[in-house]
Design a protein around this ligand. Sequence first.
Ligand code: G3H
Ligand code: 13P
Ligand code: ZN
Length: 340
Amino acid sequence: MPLIPLRTLLDHAAENDYGVAALNVNNMEQIQAIMEAAQETDSPVIIQASRGARSYTNDDYLRHLMLAAAELHPNIPIVMHQDHGNSPATCLSAIENGFTSVMMDGSLSEDGKTPNSYEQNMKVTKEVVIAAHAKGVSVEGEIGCLGGIEDGHGAGLSEDEAKEHLTDPAQAEQFVADTGLDALAVAIGTSHGAYKFAKKPTGDVLRMDVIEEIHNRLPNCHIVMHGSSSLPQELRDIINEFGGDLKPAYGVPVEEIQRGIQHGVRKINVDTDSRLAITGAIRKVFAQKPAEFDPRKYLGPARDAMKEVCKARMIAFGQAGWAGKVPVKSCKELIDFYTK
Ligand code: G3H
Ligand code: 13P
Ligand code: ZN
């Protein structure tokens, strides 16, 4: 099956009331983990690479790994997405490298740190929408800023400051009209990484009501939740049991994500949960077999651990069982959709 654009998948998800995990990758084992999970649960998938992932992997390796995934799993619809593109140039180079979807994250300026004005955000997002849609590639934009900072990306907002940068539903409505994007990432109190909330989040810090209001205003808009790892205690425990030092923290409960899916959330970004699973599995091998030096003996268990996380999310978000039913539209076919 060819890689398909995000819009095709999210339209289908909206018609059938499910959400799709968008899972970050940096290497072959992570791609394999996602594809095996998709195969076992019959799920369509969104695979995403950050700028850091693209430079770590090298675009050519990544492209060929994705082609291998598509060739080996002809029954699985796959979206290849640029996560947090910081400029039109980043998004255009992703498109040149075969990505079928890009995020122009104009909520921050090109440095990936400074919050942008509405006008700057609108300008760069619209520029990417015009260029991407001409090739049938989908575009995600973001309005409002997430909390925290992860590997250099993020405004570094404290929990209190982040409350000032939550998405304003009226502005979201304007942004969608001004840009013509396909999916809208919103700030509702989540942040990237392994330290999101100091206690199990309630409605005062995890603002699912903002999602509901955006969905009421924009019932046909596909909403994206970033920073949506759940940080399961059992994954944290494995890391700490085998020499890690993770402080207590809470993530986004799966049941809150499921509630979001009932209110227009269609793409759910998850990276940290995969990182936790991988790290725990590798630590366990090294703790139990200190003499081990065959990479297959620790990368294999790491891949299996990530696969289990991916399967659990695919089932919980409702994408399981839909792989064979997503219409296969290539990017070329979507050009007609965008220009009619
Ligand atoms: O956006 C955050 C994702 O977890 C990607 O992180 O930039 O370290 O690859 P990264
Ligand atoms: P997590 O850090 O919660 O996994 O979020 C990932 C993300 O939003 C990638 O864009
Ligand atoms: Zn993100």
